[in-house]
Design a protein around this ligand. Structure first.
Ligand code: UDP
Ligand code: MG
Length: 318
């Protein structure tokens, strides 16, 4: 009988220090799952260090390792998209190269999948290995996002999850070129189960996401999955306009009762500045969406592949 094929999809960006440990631990964890065969789809996202060389070296000894070398750094979302498109598995698991998500959890995901789910998300219960700032900002982001957007993203869930072939095909159907993967995963739905685990520290190297990158990532998420940020300005404008009508009525009444008094400069300048500010924010938000339409309308590919190193020949072995 043919075994289920599991594809582990791993984006690598400047991870030369992690590569060896990565394969050591991941291989052990995957070999231990007897019900599946596996392939490891490594996406080199334009690394500037020796990541690609190390990957090729590993693939030379292991025909289960496939490498997709992107033409430059396209970002994690694009790298994951590339990996999902290339993966052949019946079940697919996106996975980080830094081993922050313990590979041993993969067995739990597979076990849960065997109960008949299409998606098994891995939820972090212990994020002690992340900095306070990251945990705090992540929590704030999820709360805001889920208030504003129709598509709810589960809190403390990263890209680490098991999805079936059907779900992969569903994600491939989505044409957008700005890919906020967590949102896409949530949007497709399907029968979902959750497995919990504790997130570990990176085995080596540094995080590739600075505070500024994370902030932009959060904006990406907010504007990818909802137009409420646009609509908010309609209500704010309405409220301000109504208030100003009430105020005008009050001024008329006061003038009739008390006669003309010299009006205050302060109230005028406050109103002008406040409204100016509100309008600028509103324009900024519209700009964000217009920019998005612009990017999508160009219909550029999400990533470019420089070369594939798939199923190395046995003769290559040293
Ligand atoms: N990554 C990538 N392209 C990028 C940035 C990151 O492929 O432009 C990969 C990185 O190599 C790692 C994963 O995405 O495998 C998660 O990155 P990282 O560990 O830096 O993020 P964090 O865990 O700190 O959120
Ligand atoms: Mg990490």
């Amino acid at each position: 009988m043919k075994k289920t094929l599991l594809s582990l999809v791993v984006p690598f960006y400047n991870e030369e220090e992690s590569v060896e440990q990565f394969f050591l631990r991941v291989r052990l964890a995957l070999e231990a799952i007897e019900s599946v065969d596996y392939e490891i789809v490594c996406v080199n996202d334009g690394s500037k260090d020796d990541t690609l060389l190390k990957l090729i070296e590993a693939a030379r000894h292991d025909s289960k390792i496939h490498i997709i070398d992107l033409s430059r750094n396209f970002g994690k979302e694009a790298a994951l998209t590339a990996g999902l498109n290339e993966a052949l598995g019946d079940i697919v698991i996106p996975f980080d190269a830094d081993l922050q998500d313990p590979p041993e959890v993969i067995a739990d995901l597979v076990m849960k999948w065997q109960e008949g789910y299409d998606v098994v998300v891995a939820k972090r219960v212990d994020r002690a290995s992340d900095t306070f700032l990251k945990r705090f900002s992540a929590a704030a982001f999820y709360r805001l996002h889920n208030k504003l957007s129709d598509v709810k993203i589960p809190e403390n869930v990263g890209d680490f999850r098991l999805i079936t072939r059907e779900v992969v095909e569903a994600i491939k159907l989505m044409p957008e070129s700005r890919r906020f993967m967590k949102g896409l995963f949530a949007w497709v739905g399907y029968r979902t189960a959750t497995v919990t685990y504790a997130r570990e520290s990176r085995v080596a190297g540094k995080t590739k996401f600075s505070a500024w990158k994370l902030w932009n990532f959060a904006l990406e998420g907010l504007t990818s999955f909802g137009t409420l940020p646009l609509r908010v300005w309609f209500y704010l404008g309405l409220a301000v306009a109504l208030l100003s009508l009430v105020y005008a009525g009050y001024l008329v009444a006061r003038t009739m009762l008390l006669g003309i008094v010299v009006p205050g400069y302060a109230s005028i300048i406050t109103a002008v500045l406040f409204l100016g500010g509100v309008q600028l924010i509103g324009i900024g938000i519209i700009g964000e969406y217009v920019g998005r339409i612009y990017v999508e309308s160009k219909q550029r590919p999400v990533y470019l592949i420089r070369r594939r190193y798939r199923a190395m020949e046995k003769e290559d072995e040293i």
